[in-house]
Design a binder for this molecule. Sequence first.
Ligand code: DNO
Length: 399
Amino acid sequence: MLHTMRWFGPNDPVSLMDIRQSGCAGVVSALHQIAVGEVWTEAEILERIAIIEKDNDKFSELKWSVVESLPVHEDIKKGLPTREKFIENYKISLQNLAKCGIKTVCYNFMPVLDWSRTKLDYTMPDGAKALRFVWIDFAAFDLFILKRPEAQNAYNEETKAAAKVRFECMNEAEKAELQNTVLLGLPGSMEAFHLETFQGLLNNYAKIGADELRENLHYFVSQVAPFAQELGINLCIHPDDPPFPLLGLPRVVSTEQDLEMLMNASPVKANGITFCTGSLGVRADNDLVTMARKFADRIHFVHLRTTKRETEYDTLVFHEAAHLAGDVDMYGVIFEIIKEEKRRIGQDDAQIPMRPDHGHQMLDDLQKTTYPGYSAIGRLKGLAEIRGMELAISRNLKE
Ligand code: DNO
């Protein structure tokens, strides 16, 4: 695998030197400063490449190997007539990236919010901090902070009662923290959505159910994937995180069946997957090893992370576990990825980029402010463990 680390750009408190010293050759980055839907110009892409490669003459080489993410405009997700213009812009951005030599582009199709958690500093037994999701807390936000009109019909009676008790026990600071955590949602920014305008964003999806959203996704890939294929770009969709609908918003990239339908919607290699074990692994009914095997030739980017389910769906609670200590069969998944790399020998995408996704906030990082999940030391620890496992598996496969 090509070892990579996410870098949010010049404002990221984790430096490129940190990434280099973690043993990575690849950088995963995005131009977060450009508004969603606008074209990424060649000049702006080259500027970021120059920053990433700045010290390549003095130290081991770093390369911008994956874009995460080239975000999809909401009008495309909503299937509005204005989507044509944004699809056109998307293609121009892809063209510019290809001209600059960047060939792997990640995106997601989650309406409004990106990933969601209810706690960003859950204390693990060893004192490290982890991200956590508690369904009851999420319901408390939905019912009593957001007060979404449809929320009353969205939860069963037990959940509503438990959420009420939970909410009544929270002090003002805890309520504010929960609100901020749920509304944070956008990678590369420390800013949350405003509660006052948030309901309006949800209302835009009032008439869009899973079928409509899926149709809009399939339309999007049928427009951009063949184009990406011509450019030599591998597109790779990031699954929903967590992999089920939230706040009445549909989610259609959560299960094996979702991925299968998507792969068939545009049967070109460029219509690919970011195999995020942390997102997909939250669902007990996703068998990740089988999925990795089944979709192997469409996996263009891998996020290795695992969650630990504390309870099951309905009252779901999960936290982000240490990289080898959660529900995901990491050995089985890495085994499938290495087998796929062997199958690809001779192709220019034979080495699949992988990044250790998220990590615990630990050691010196407990004193620092970094993007949630993206402190240096926890990711470095995850990467080191994964690399050891990878080495052992590939040696074994050779002998
Ligand atoms: C969270 C990430 C996601 C991911 C985007 C990809 O840490 O895994 O934010 O980058 O969903 O589009």
